[in-house]
Design a protein around this ligand. Structure first.
Ligand SMILES: [Zn+2]
Length: 396
């Protein structure tokens, strides 16, 4: 049965690569994020394979495809995205970014790896698993829009509407077909200091919001920055804090009554977002105890929790067994970008990232993918689906 599944994928090699090429040619740059052509291609492929699916959209140009095999729990979710980052300057590309040109074993083009390669692999897995019915539980595939700009119209929309309640999640992302179980969190903060305006010739009559901000920033960099330099995690790069923007003041000869900065803070998988916010607030509160003149507020602009899936989770163990069988790496790694997996990990759902493509090439001109890696990923998804959702999966 299992060998059969792998062989079926192998037999579909040309069809999988051809499907990936059509996905790349269906431009879906975000912004503007119009993924309708990609969704149509997936829909016709699913229809041909008699896989049930629905299309849900908060915004018509940004549809989300949800396909299901089987019913009930356990539910394994395969999720990946249809949108891509824009191609940028076409002159920087050696191959036309939406031509899906294949040279040797590499297919070139925007989205060829991130994440249309995963998409092609996951759809192929559903096609062959459709024949392996009945499954124990449900295998769900979501091909979402909007991932590259935060997921509001994509995964967040589906999760908020209660449409996805998976027990285990595999995110199709560019991990070079390695098993990633950890991802850093992202926190964007805005700090605003308030002062009192005055003529710059008599600054003592005012209260300078920019001067206050300088003290706030140097205290944050010193206290938070110093502590972060002592933290490490085995699977992801160190945590970080970076001041991204600063604005304030109206004229050189006016004492500013307002200053604003935004800060990008990346948390380790084992840090908690609320604690990262509280730490900044504590630094400011301590400064205010020294100088009651400092007025500052902290606002959370965006928070994406980290992912950390236990290595003894059944999903991870099954994935390692499948990887071993397919001669893929069984080493657990970290994912260095941010993914939609956070929407599930946040709720305690075991989440794994796996997919073809080198993250170094994604989001850059000359993105490309090795087509053999795409076929290998399809085999991995298919076998993982089978092992997780059949009685064979019980045997360890
Ligand atoms: Zn991606």
């Amino acid at each position: 049965m299992d060998r059969n599944l792998v062989e079926q994928i192998e037999r579909r090699r040309a069809s999988i690569i051809g499907f990936l090429a059509s996905l790349v040619r269906a431009e879906s740059s975000n912004p503007p994020g119009d993924t309708r052509k990609v969704a149509d291609l997936i829909a016709s492929r699913l229809r041909e394979a008699s896989v049930d699916f629905q299309v849900l959209a908060d915004e018509p140009r940004k549809p989300n495809v949800i396909a299901r095999l089987g019913s009930g729990h356990p539910e394994l979710l395969f999720t990946t995205h249809m949108d891509t980052v824009p191609a940028g300057n076409p002159k920087a590309w050696r191959h036309e970014p939406f031509s899906a040109e294949v040279v040797g074993t590499r297919m070139h083009g925007r989205g060829s790896a991130d994440a249309k390669a995963s998409l092609a692999g996951m759809v192929a897995a559903l096609e062959v698993l459709r024949q392996a019915l009945p499954l124990r539980g449900t295998l769900t595939l979501t091909a979402v829009s909007d991932e590259e700009v935060g997921g509001v119209k994509g995964t967040e929309y589906l999760v908020d509407r209660g449409l996805l309640q998976p027990d285990q999640v595999v995110v199709g992302e560019i991990t070079e077909n390695r098993l990633a179980t950890a991802e850093k969190g992202v926190l964007w903060l805005r700090i605003t200091t308030h002062g009192r305006a005055a003529h710059a010739s008599t600054p003592w009559e005012g209260s300078n919001a920019i001067s206050h901000m300088l003290r706030v920033l140097s205290a944050i960099e010193q206290r938070v920055g110093t502590r972060l330099r002592t933290l490490t995690h085995p699977l992801v790069p160190p945590p970080s804090l970076s001041i991204g923007t600063i604005r304030g003041g109206v004229a050189t000869n006016v004492v500013p009554d307002w200053c604003e900065v935004t800060i990008d803070r990346r948390t380790l998988p084992n840090e908690r977002i609320p604690e990262a916010v509280a730490e900044v607030e504590r630094v400011i509160a301590d400064l205010q105890r020294e100088d009651a003149g400092i007025q500052a507020d902290v606002e959370v602009l965006q928070a994406g929790p980290p992912i950390e899936t236990r290595h003894d989770a059944p999903l991870v163990r099954t994935a390692q067994a499948v990887a071993r069988e397919l001669d893929l790496s069984t080493e657990l790694v970290g994912y260095h970008q941010a993914s939609d997996g956070r929407f599930f990990a946040e709720r305690g759902t075991p989440t794994l990232l796996f997919g073809p493509g080198d993250p170094e090439l994604a989001h850059t001109p000359n993105e490309s993918v090795d087509v053999n890696e795409v076929v290998a990923a399809a085999k991995f998804y298919a076998l993982l689906g089978l092992r997780t959702l059949s009685d064979v999966g019980e045997r360890r």
